[in-house]
Design a protein around this ligand. Structure first.
Ligand code: PGA
Length: 247
């Protein structure tokens, strides 16, 4: 009932030419992608050209961040309207690298979610615990707090991404059992806050060292609706295998 979603988060990688090689290869395989939504998130300067490349394919376009404000004197920031104008349908919000490097708070993340929704963008909102939080048994507490900050924006138009910080870029993928336990907790929280109907329809994807090898078992978990893929989305053949694993 929930269409699985696989998102490639390119982060600050690739060049203009290597990114288009990668995108071309993904597009060439896109006829095979059935019953799965596929989105790539290139860096800002490549969005407009990427949008031309994916035209006529089933690949969707997303950005990696969005400003919380509508517009004005905010040097270096990019508004939700600008992203929509460039062809984006999605935007990653509150990635742990932004929470860490740009000191994004739960409150700012909620404002960004609101900004994205106001322009018809689907926010992919990242939540997840540090290794210290996990070791001290605080995983659910941390994620519960991150979710409650955006409680008023929890609708079926939002995508949630469970990204344990200790799993991102480390090769230490969460086991399917670990992911399933947290995804089930998140869905329960959504049910409590936004109702059973939203909880049933909202997509919760897993991110953190997803590879072609680990994707199948992770995506088979009942509450895991796809993946947010970093490193493994930079190689066309591996990303395509991950997409096929979600079908
Ligand atoms: P990774 O990154 O797949 O390289 O661990 C995932 C992410 O940060 O979105």
């Amino acid at each position: 009932m929930r269409v699985p979603l696989v998102v490639g988060n390119w982060k600050m990688n690739l060049t203009l030419s290597t990114s288009f090689q990668l995108l071309d290869e993904i597009c060439q395989s896109s006829d095979q992608f059935r019953g799965v939504d596929v989105v790539v998130c290139p860096p800002f300067p490549y969005l407009l050209a990427a949008n031309l490349t994916i035209e006529g394919t089933k690949i969707g376009l997303g950005a990696q961040d969005v400003a919380s404000r509508e517009g004005g004197a905010y040097t270096g920031q990019v508004s939700a309207a600008m992203l929509a104008d460039c062809g984006c349908g999605y935007v990653i919000v509150g990635h742990s690298e932004r929470r860490r490097d740009a000191a994004e708070t739960d409150a700012l993340v909620a404002q960004k979610v609101e900004a994205a929704l106001s322009q018809g963008l689907i926010p992919i909102v990242c939540v997840g615990e540090s290794s210290e939080a996990r070791t001290s048994g605080k995983t659910f507490e941390v994620i519960g707090r991150q979710l409650s900050a955006m409680a008023s924006h929890l609708t079926a138009d939002v995508v949630l991404a469970y990204e344990p910080i200790w799993a991102i870029g480390t090769g230490q993928t969460a086991t399917p059992e670990m992911a399933e336990a947290v995804h089930a907790f998140i869905r329960k929280q959504v049910a409590t806050t936004a109702g059973e109907n939203v909880a049933e329809h909202i997509r919760i994807v897993y991110g953190g060292s997803v590879t072609a090898q680990t994707a199948g078992a992770l995506f088979a978990a009942p509450h895991v609706d796809g993946g947010l893929v970093g490193g493994a989305s930079l190689k066309a053949s591996e990303f395509i295998q991950i997409i096929l694993a979600a079908m």
